[in-house]
Design a protein around this ligand. Structure first.
Ligand code: ZN
Length: 219
């Protein structure tokens, strides 16, 4: 714990003064343009891998970068999605999975989660992706997990569209969805191309988008 406190003291001493104007601007308002939904995994750091400053990303993180479908009893994720889209008016939503995801590994390899009932219950929101992945042939255990990570991103993109705020923003052409998979070892990102439903290297296809263009919005 001491390293966290030492880190804060270093931030206060060295980093805060460098950004004092930014923090002054942010003191009473925020205007993030992107909702970034990622896994809680300690190795995935949205601001680092997109080189964003405070105020740029509205972030939701949980085990497995999951977005439960909209329902009659909305939880924290649903409330945060609604606030970002209907309240803050973000223009983009990124759902970002990652390599070596513990949650996706547990699903793909059918690990027993009896000792973690809350995790098991939460990951039921990935059942559609699980069904698709189980029906596929995989060349190796690693490929099975990688495929599960990608299918989960696709499934969560489908889930988020069930939220009224998202459905409306998509219909009105003021929101775009993006599905990413971040590779921890190589630092690369594969992005879902909504026109082909395949993942492509974001570095080679920087304008790729999960939601095909509509209403004249440039991809
Ligand atoms: Zn993960």
């Amino acid at each position: 714990m001491q390293d966290l406190i030492d880190g804060f003291l270093k931030f206060q001493r060295e980093e805060f003064p460098k950004r004092s104007e930014l923090f002054k601007r942010l003191a009473t308002r925020q205007n993030p343009r992107t909702l970034f939904i990622a896994c809680s995994d300690s190795r995935v750091v949205p601001e680092l891998l997109t080189q964003r400053e405070p105020g740029d990303l509205f972030v939701i993180r949980n085990a497995g970068n999951v977005v439960p479908s909209y329902g009659t009893q909305p939880g924290g994720v649903s409330a945060s999605v609604e606030y970002a889209v209907a309240g803050l008016g973000v223009a983009d939503v990124v759902i970002c999975g990652h390599s070596d995801c513990g949650a996706m590994t547990a699903i793909a390899t059918c690990q027993c989660l009896d000792h973690m009932p809350a995790v098991a219950g939460w990951l039921r929101h990935c059942d559609a992706a699980k069904s698709i992945n189980e029906a596929r042939e995989h060349a190796s255990p690693r490929a099975r997990v990688d495929s599960m990570v990608r299918e989960n991103v696709i499934a969560q993109l489908a889930n988020i569209k069930t939220h009224p705020s998202v459905a409306l923003a998509l219909e009105q052409g003021r929101l775009q969805l993006h599905g990413w998979v971040y590779d921890i070892e190589t630092g690369s990102i594969a992005a879902l191309d909504g026109t082909t439903n395949h993942f492509v290297a974001l570095a080679d296809h920087p304008h790729v988008c999960a939601t095909p263009t509509r209403h004249g919005i440039a991809a």
